[in-house]
Design a protein around this ligand. Structure first.
Ligand SMILES: [Mg+2]
Length: 237
């Protein structure tokens, strides 16, 4: 494997880390996805489904747009659903997505990684494209909350639904930076897509870090990569 670009590790001027949630701290619930996949001949193995999730994100992300139908298709391919059952299984996944937000499963290692990241002393903020539920889900899963609570204390939490602007629009990053009182060039943004996160953070003047646990990114030299929040913390500590 080519060595991944990690220029952020050499920076001594960083003051804040802003984080995405979906694909960074939470992933689509593998118990639910596994139920749907196994009903159509696929696997319900949690590790295999998380692997399939990241492969599907990479396949659906062309750097300027996300194709969510392609995501569902590739997720089910990765889950081992036979070709002739993919369409019917994808309809079930689409329905599950419309019934509730299924991004509620802590990515293994992420909560511990976030705690280590907090130990760096850097300002921490969440910037998520969500539906108004991300704050409650992060609290319910004891991952983080603004101020004291069961998870890691963070300073700012933005849900695109609540603030009315979404990534990759630089405006959502600017709102978070203003609340932290940190300039863009002293901040990292960690996200799992090129389209929303790398491009958005870059346009807003932040240093993008692509969370890409299986090295699926087709542009390893274009921007920095980490396998998880834990690796990010270890390189910043
Ligand atoms: Mg994400």
């Amino acid at each position: 494997m080519t060595e991944r670009r990690q220029h952020f590790a050499d920076r001594t001027d960083l003051r804040a880390v802003l984080l995405d949630v979906g694909g960074v701290l939470l992933v689509p619930n593998p118990a639910l996805v596994g139920q749907l996949a196994s009903a159509h001949g696929g696997t319900d193995d949690v590790a295999a489904l998380i692997r399939a999730h990241f492969a599907a994100i990479a396949a659906a992300d062309n750097g300027t747009a996300m194709d969510w139908l392609r995501y569902e298709h590739e997720l089910l391919v990765g889950a081992g659903v036979p070709a002739e059952r993919i369409d019917i299984a994808a309809a079930a996944v689409t329905l599950a997505y419309t019934e509730r937000n299924i991004w509620d499963y802590p990515l293994p290692g992420a909560p511990e990684g976030l705690a280590r990241l907090a130990a760096t002393g850097l300002h921490l903020a969440i910037v998520s494209n969500s539906d108004g539920t991300v704050e409650q889900t992060l609290r319910d899963t004891a991952i983080c909350q603004v101020g004291d609570g069961p998870g890691v204390p963070i300073e700012v939490l933005l849900d695109s639904h609540a603030v009315g602007v979404a990534k990759p629009d630089p405006a959502i990053f600017a709102i978070a930076l203003k609340a932290l009182d940190v300039p863009a060039d002293a901040a990292l943004y960690v996200g799992d897509t090129r389209t929303f996160d790398v491009a958005g953070a870059r346009a807003a003047g932040l240093h993008p870090v692509h969370l890409d646990p299986y090295a699926d990114c087709p542009e390893p030299a274009d921007h920095d990569h980490v396998t998880g929040v834990g690796e990010l913390a270890d390189r910043l500590l």
